[in-house]
Unconditional design. Structure first.
Length: 316
């Protein structure tokens, strides 16, 4: 009688070996050991194929896309296997976490926060910017305008009054303008969400404008008009600035994207059909691993922590 092998455990082993093979420290013996491991049984071979496919999918995650697009090797060899591109992306994430590589936007930025880092920035006019984790922005003031360019991430703005110089946040080819107010701008890829807790802001995107008062939120995509405003509890705007993450029937995909800011590497949901599952809870910003543990205990999810990759998979 043979022992039953947990397929999840085999996949974890395969991914750990793939990480090492792309770390720059692997030897010829390590590569040979991986090939032999794959040949041990059909279960091992299947785990290897699934793990390589999973790594290939990493190439399409927002974090990975920031880096693989810059790779000249990828451009020279477009037929290269997709899983290998995913491995290269994850190797880039290893370098990022070590402080050796930054997303391209950081080259132009005045302020950058790492995974898990939050920062308060006081501007010359008395305005204050609270930067959430994994955020990149630049400040550009002139005699007629106060400008912020948000390349990625999230920031809470408390704007000092100065009617002669509008305060404008530029994100994903759209503008968020205020004179004196408090509002949050969250950019994920091509989508920007704006929530207003005080005053009024004006959103401009896709040739259309929308005035958004306190207690409302809106979103727009790059080159697309803003969505109609909808009510939001001002007490729940930018709760991360107060050290809390509050989710009220939020899709699991959004919850994981939020936690991803605070955890080095990638938090990856392997089964996208689970992304719409509704999640509620209050978690500590400074302990995102505890939030993942709660999800694993209360939802049909299996959480696997590997070097710079956290896999979220269905239990069945």
């Amino acid at each position: 009688m043979t022992d039953t092998v947990d397929p999840f455990e085999l996949e974890d082993q395969a991914i750990e070996m793939l990480v090492h093979l792309q770390s720059g420290r692997a030897t010829a013996a390590d590569h040979l050991a991986y090939e032999r491991w794959c040949q041990r049984s059909e279960a091992h071979a299947l785990a290897a194929r699934k793990s390589e496919a999973l790594w290939g999918a990493f190439a399409h995650t927002p974090k990975a896309q920031q880096f693989v697009a810059l790779s000249p090797r990828k451009r020279r060899r477009p037929a290269r296997a997709l899983w290998a591109v995913g491995l290269a992306a994850c190797l880039a994430l290893v370098m990022i976490s070590a402080g050796l590589l930054r997303p391209w936007s950081a080259l132009y930025a005045d302020q950058v926060t790492d995974a898990g880092e939050r920062r308060e920035v006081r501007l010359q006019d008395g305005s204050v910017v609270w930067m959430n984790a994994d955020t990149v922005l630049s400040v550009g003031y002139s005699q007629n305008r106060r400008g912020i360019t948000l390349y990625q991430g999230e920031a809470l703005f408390e704007v000092a009054k100065d009617p002669s110089r509008p305060f404008i946040v530029h994100a994903a080819q759209g503008d968020v303008q205020a004179v004196g107010t408090r509002f949050d701008v969250n950019q994920r890829g091509d989508e920007v969400t704006v929530q207003v807790s005080e005053g009024i802001v004006q959103l401009s995107s896709g040739g259309q404008s929308l005035r958004l008062p306190a207690g409302q939120s809106s979103a727009y995509r790059r080159g697309v008009a803003p969505q109609p405003g909808k009510a939001v509890d001002v007490q729940n705007v930018a709760t991360w600035q107060r050290g809390k993450l509050i989710f009220n029937a939020r899709p699991l995909g959004d919850v994981l994207a939020e936690l991803d800011r605070y955890i080095p590497g990638i938090v990856y949901l392997t089964d996208k059909t689970l992304a719409a599952r509704r999640i509620s809870g209050i978690f500590e910003v400074d302990d995102p691993q505890a939030a993942l543990a709660v999800l694993g205990q209360t939802q049909p999810l299996r959480i696997t922590r590997l070097p710079l990759i956290t896999l979220v998979r269905p239990k069945d």
